[in-house]
Structure formats: structure tokens, C-alpha cells
Design a protein around this ligand. Structure first.
Ligand code: BES
Ligand code: MN
Ligand code: ZN
Length: 498
């Protein structure tokens, strides 16, 4: 779908969309161009609005088919009037949602033009409508060989018409960069686990070199030297070699500044290992790398919009498989930090991967702050369902900033408590800790485990197990991978590190 921005003039073909603020059921609020269109259509729009008692409530729609007869505007297929409700609350996030709603109603058209009038800031609204439509247009259909033409979306060109198309275009540029990041993440997360495994994940991330990101990949040899016994233990039952992906972006002037660190759990398939998961729904565990996916997508977004921030992104990439060579429940591994871990359950593998990456990133980069993203626990889905991700942090200010960023982009976070009373659950009889708690508050004990590997750095952990895949689809995503985290991280970076 090609998105363009143009000046306000009557669309000649396809579908025209009229953006209409709430007006108590009259056509009085039709903008200048919409009113002109109405006159050309001999009052068809205002008649339809009155007859349908259309109140222009937010995201409600009214279709006027073939409004113009005869020559001139004869090819206009229909006018779609979309309500935006009270313009005072029609902010950036609301406009994106409306853009997504529009996309769903326009995808069987070839071309559509949206007349953006009557809102306080038409250029921003046009850009946000475009962004919402773009995000909603994502589809992962590369493996569908038999899908008929009619089943595919047809929309080729979406034009946003406003009084300042140059400003709208400028405002859309960073949003397009962010959407590129989201799509990259959605692709990685949607791919099956025979296609995306540690090596191929890292190879895909190398594409980010084109965006100006320095990409480095460490293999088993390097990680063995570094003493990453916890991460390596998880991958030892897999035929696929474990990898550590390191991405580096410094858009600032100070080349010696300390970076923000983003860390992602990249378990490309989580069978549970010897503590094997039940069969039903096990395929879901292809998206156990969505934390890593979000970190890669966020790096792309940050780089493509030429952020002035300094950010490193690290992903621990492994496959957790049962095998004669796999680690056993009861094994004790030594992490890079020197702390020993009794692996009582090989299915609590995410924390084993993350703990070594967390140690590495602190030693190597002395970051200003660390944010990790992980599909870490099923318990977080019990607690929050698909509506919020869990937030755990040792720093109130950082937690607050992340919560705000999430709120702004509709990727919401809910903070959980932490404390010694939970940490105690990790006591092991024979090692420094075990990798599971007592079975209660599982998301918190998982976070406590990670915190044992954080020295003095402000750190936040986002448990995203409930929000990265959605069977029904979300406001801005079709069913499947949501790309959760990319927009949140990008917002967090732009608000606090630029
Ligand atoms: N990847 C899973 C968590 C998960 C479960 C994500 C369901 C998405 C949907 C994680 O590695 C895991 O298996 N966690 C265990 C921990 C337990 C063994 C302490 C869990 O949540 O059951
Ligand atoms: Mn697991
Ligand atoms: Zn897992």
C-alpha cells in the first residue's frame, strides 16, 4: 500500500473518506471540501447523515454508495464518512486507531482518499491516520500458496488530503520508520521455528547494518570463553548453535556516552527441554523469541528515524530442546556472574538465557539503564491477560517513564511489587539459587531471579508473554504477532534519551 499526502481537492476516483467530528446528528460540521462534495452529490451526504441519524461517534461509519451521477466525479465509488467523536479527545493514539478502522473498511478498494478537515491539527491527524492504516495493513501471507485474489487486500494507494500536506508528510516520516520496525518484528515472530532459529535470527538482524547499526554475533566459542554457562546450558540439547546478537546505535555527538541497553529473550523454540511442555499449544512457543524480536524492531525504528540516542540492543538466542545432550533437571550451571544455579526445571529457561546477557551488557557497556523484554512466564497471562504486560523494576523513575511511554502508544504496562519475601523462594540447598520459585507469584520470582544479576544499574523487566501474539487481532494489528514493544521502546527512547 502506497501512502501519500496531498492538498485538499475533490478526489476523482475510488473511495472518498470524510472525517467528521461529532455534531449532534447534523451535517453542519462537514468541512469545506466535504461540503463541496456534498453539493456535487446533490446533498446525498447530508441526506444520508440525517436519514441514518448519524452522530459521528468515534470510529462509527456511514457509507454513501455512488454519490455522484453523470460525468465529472462519476467514477467516485462511494463516500465513507467516519466519525471522530469529540475532537478534544481525538489525540494521536485515537487517530491511529481510527486509521486502523478505516484500513479494515478500505481494503477491498483499490484507491482511497481521506479528506482530513475540521480537526484542530489536520497535518498531525493525517499522519497518524496513515500510521494506523499502515500498522493494520500488515499481513504474513508468504506461506499461503492457494489464497485467491479476492481474499487478499486490494488497497494499493491511500492518500491523505489536508491543508498542509508537506507538514503531514514530515510528521509521517518517523511514524513510517517505526512501522518498519514493527513489521520487522512481526515477521520474525510470525516465522515458523524451522525457519527462524538462533543463526537465522541473527542473520536476519544483520540487515540492520543497512540502517547504520553495527551488528555483531557471538557464537558458542566466544560465549564459552566469557563463561556464559547459564545461557549455554539451555541451548546444549539443540542442533542449532546458540548465539548472542549485539546491535549498536549511537546517533549522538558524544561517542563516549553511556548507552541505554535493551535486552531481549530470544528462545526461538521453547519445548520446555527435558521438563517437556504438554503438546497442546506447544507451537505457540515459536514466539518465545518475541522479546528479542521487539529489541531488533526497536533498533530499526530508532535508526531509521535517525534518533540522537545511544542504544545497544542485545538478544540471547537459543533453542530449548530435549535431547540426550540436553541439560537435566537438577543440573547446576555457573553463570557469567560467577553465581551458580540449580536448574530444577529446564522449562524456566528464559531467565537462564537473560541472566548471562544481563551480566555481559553491564560489564561491557556500563549502561545508563537496562530494559529487558521477555515472554518469561505463563503466570503473567493469568494475572493480566492480553491487555497489559508486566513491569518489574528496581527504579521508580524508570518504571514511571516506561509506564508513560506504554500509555502513550497503547502498549500498556502494569507494575508488580518485588522484594526479599519473594526472593527467598529462590533458595537452593546446593547452589546459590534455583531457577524456579515455590510455584506462587511465578512472574515475580522470575523477576527476582533476574534482579540477582543486576548490580547498581537502573533496570526494568517487561514480561510480555500475554501481549505479543493475539489470535483475535488488536486495534493496530491483524490476528497473529502484534509487534508489541517496538513502539513502546521507541517512545521511551525519544522521550528520555534524545
Ligand atoms: N516461554 C515460557 C513462558 C510462556 C508460557 C510464554 C506461555 C507464553 C505462553 C517460559 O519459558 C516458561 O516455560 N515458563 C514457565 C516457568 C515455570 C517452569 C517456572 C511457566 O510459565 O510455566
Ligand atoms: Mn520455558
Ligand atoms: Zn520460554
Amino acid at each position: 500500500m502506497k501512502i501519500s499526502f496531498a492538498a485538499l481537492s475533490l478526489p476523482a476516483a475510488g473511495t472518498a473518506v470524510v472525517v467528521l467530528p461529532a455534531s449532534g446528528g447534523t451535517a453542519a460540521k462537514l468541512g469545506k471540501l466535504a461540503a463541496q462534495l456534498d453539493r456535487k452529490a446533490k446533498g446525498a451526504l447530508s441526506r444520508a447523515i440525517a436519514a441514518a441519524e448519524f452522530k459521528a461517534k468515534r470510529d462509527t461509519l456511514l457509507t454513501v454508495p455512488a454519490p455522484i451521477s453523470g460525468s465529472g466525479g462519476g467514477k467516485l465509488k462511494r463516500v465513507l464518512i467516519v466519525g471522530v467523536g469529540d475532537v478534544k479527545t481525538f489525540d494521536a493514539a485515537a487517530a491511529e486507531k481510527t486509521g486502523a478502522v478505516l484500513y479494515d473498511h478500505l481494503k477491498s478498494d483499490e484507491t482511497a482518499s481521506v479528506i482530513v478537515e475540521g480537526v484542530p491539527d489536520p497535518a498531525t491527524t493525517a499522519a497518524r491516520l496513515a500510521s494506523g492504516a499502515k500498522l493494520k495493513s500488515y499481513r504474513f501471507d508468504k506461506y499461503r500458496t492457494k489464497e485467491g485474489k479476492d481474499a487478499k487486500p486490494k488497497l494499493k494507494a491511500l492518500a491523505l488530503l489536508s491543508d498542509d500536506p508537506a507538514a503531514a508528510k514530515k510528521k509521517y516520516a518517523p511514524l513510517e520508520a517505526i512501522a518498519d520496525g514493527v513489521f520487522f518484528t512481526r515477521n520474525l515472530v510470525s516465522e515458523p521455528p524451522n525457519v527462524i532459529y538462533p543463526e537465522s535470527f541473527a542473520a536476519a538482524a544483520k540487515e540492520l547494518a543497512k540502517d547504520g547499526i553495527k551488528v555483531e554475533v557471538l557464537g558458542v566459542k566466544e560465549m564459552t570463553k566469557l563463561g556464559m554457562g547459564a545461557l549455554l546450558g539451555v541451548g546444549q540439547g539443540s542442533l542449532r548453535e546458540s548465539k548472542l546478537l549485539v546491535m549498536h546505535w549511537n546517533g549522538g555527538k558524544d561517542k563516549n556516552s553511556k548507552p541505554l541497553a535493551l535486552v531481549g529473550k530470544g528462545v526461538c523454540f521453547d519445548s520446555g527441554g527435558i521438563s517437556l511442555k504438554p503438546g497442546a499449544g506447544m507451537w505457540d512457543m515459536k514466539w518465545d523469541m518475541a522479546g528479542a524480536g521487539a529489541v531488533v524492531g526497536a533498533m530499526r525504528a530508532i535508526a531509521r528515524r535517525k534518533s540522537t540516542a545511544h542504544v545497544v540492543g542485545l538478544c540471547g538466542l537459543v533453542e530449548n530442546m530435549p535431547d540426550a545432550g540436553a541439560q537435566r533437571p537438577g543440573d547446576v550451571v555457573t553463570s557469567m556472574s560467577g553465581q551458580t544455579i540449580e536448574v530444577q526445571n529446564t522449562d524456566a529457561e528464559g531467565r537462564l538465557v537473560l541472566c548471562d546477557v544481563l551480566t555481559y551488557v553491564q560489564q561491557k557497556y556500563q549502561p545508563r539503564a537496562i530494559v529487558d523484554l521477555a515472554t518469561l512466564t505463563g503466570a503473567i497471562i493469568q494475572a493480566l491477560s492480553e491487555h497489559y504486560a508486566g513491569l518489574f523494576s528496581n527504579n521508580d523513575e524508570l518504571a514511571e517513564k516506561l509506564t508513560k511511554a506504554g500509555q502513550a502508544v497503547g502498549e500498556r504496562l502494569w507494575r508488580f511489587p518485588m522484594g526479599d519475601e519473594y526472593d527467598r523462594d529462590l533458595k537452593s540447598l546446593i547452589a546459590d539459587m534455583k531457577n524456579i520459585g515455590g510455584g506462587r507469584a511465578g512472574s515475580i520470582t522470575a523477576a527476582q531471579f533476574l534482579q540477582r544479576f543486576i548490580k547498581d544499574t537502573p533496570w526494568a523487566h517487561l514480561d510480555i508473554a500475554g501481549v505479543v501474539w493475539n489470535e483475535k487481532g488488536t486495534a493496530l494489528a491483524a490476528p497473529g504477532s502484534t509487534g508489541y514493544g517496538v513502539r513502546l521502546l521507541d517512545k521511551f527512547v525519544s522521550e528520555n534519551y534524545e
